[in-house]
Design a protein around this ligand. Sequence first.
Ligand code: NAD
Length: 291
Amino acid sequence: MNIGFIGLGNMGAPMAENLTAAGLNVTGYDPAGVTAKDVAIVSSAAQAAKNADIVITMLPNGDILRAVADEIIPSMAVGATFLDCSTVDVESARQVAEKATAAGLLPLDAPVSGGVGGASAGTLTFMVGGSEAGFATAKSVFDIMGQKAVHCGTSGNGQAAKICNNMILGATMIATCEAFALADKLGLERQAMFDVASTSSGYSWSLNAYCPAPGVGPQSPSDNDYKPGFSADLMLKDLRLSQQAATAVDADTPMGAAATKLYGEFVEQENGSGQDFSAMLPRFAGRNRSQ
Ligand code: NAD
C-alpha cells in the first residue's frame, strides 16, 4: 500500500515512521524540511498525494488543512482515501470532506488522542468521521498507528467527538485543581483529598489517572515539574474549537466557556505556555479569591 503523509511534525513524523516500520511505502512532505526515518521526502504536498492509496494529513489547523486539501485533491487518484488526523474545526472538516467526496475520494476526519508518546508507541486512539467504506479502507493504518479507532458517524463527527471529550477534560481538570487549592487552604492534606475524592463521586480521569498534585496518585506530568504531557496550549486550542462549534450550532456550554477563558489567561498572560495543562493547580494555589 502506498501512503502519502503530509505534515511531519511532532505527531506526524512518528506516525509515519510506524507505517514504514510496518512495511508500507510512505512518501512525505513538510515545508519545514523535517524528515522521518525511511519516508521518501518530496517537495510538494501534491507530489506526496499523487500515487497514494491513502493520504494522511497531520497539520496545525483548519486553514492550513483547507489550503492543503485544495492543493492535493486534484492530484489524488479516484477512490483513494483522504485521512485527516489533525485537530481542526468541525466546519473545515465538513467542507474538506464535501470537496473530497465530489472528487471521488473517501474522506475521513480522524483526530487523535494519546499525544506524542502515543504517536511514537503506535497507541493512539482515533475518533473517526466519514463513511463506512472509508473507515474500512483505513482500518489497517489505524491498527498500525493506534490501539483503537472509533467510527463516530458522518464527516466532521470525529472532530465533534474530540472537542466534546476535551471540553470535559478541560473543565474537570480545572475543577480538580481548584478543589486541591481549596483543600490546601482548609488544611486538608493532598493525599487525604486524593484518597477520598478518587474513590468517591469526585472521581474522574483528571484526578484518578492524571492527578495534578505532585507526589499524589499515579505518576503524571505534575511529578515532572509539569512538563507536558498534554500542553496547556493544546488544551486551549481544543477548548477554543469547542466554543467555535458551540457558537455555530447555538449550544449553551458555560463550563466550556469558563475553561476556555481560564486556559486563555493561563497561556497568554500567566506563563502557562509550554506547561502541562495540569499546571492549573500551582496557578490556583498561588492565587486568592479577589484575583
Ligand atoms: P506540529 O506543529 O509539530 O506539526 C505540524 C506540521 O505541519 C509542522 O511540521 C509544519 O511544518 C507542518 N505544516 C505546516 N503547514 C504545512 C503545509 N502547508 N503543508 C504540509 N505541512 C505543513 O504539530 P503536532 O504536535 O504534530 O500536531 C499536529 C496536529 O495534531 C494538530 O492539529 C494538533 O492539534 C494535533 N494533536 C497534537 C497532539 C500533541 O500532543 N502534539 C495531540 C493530539 C492532537
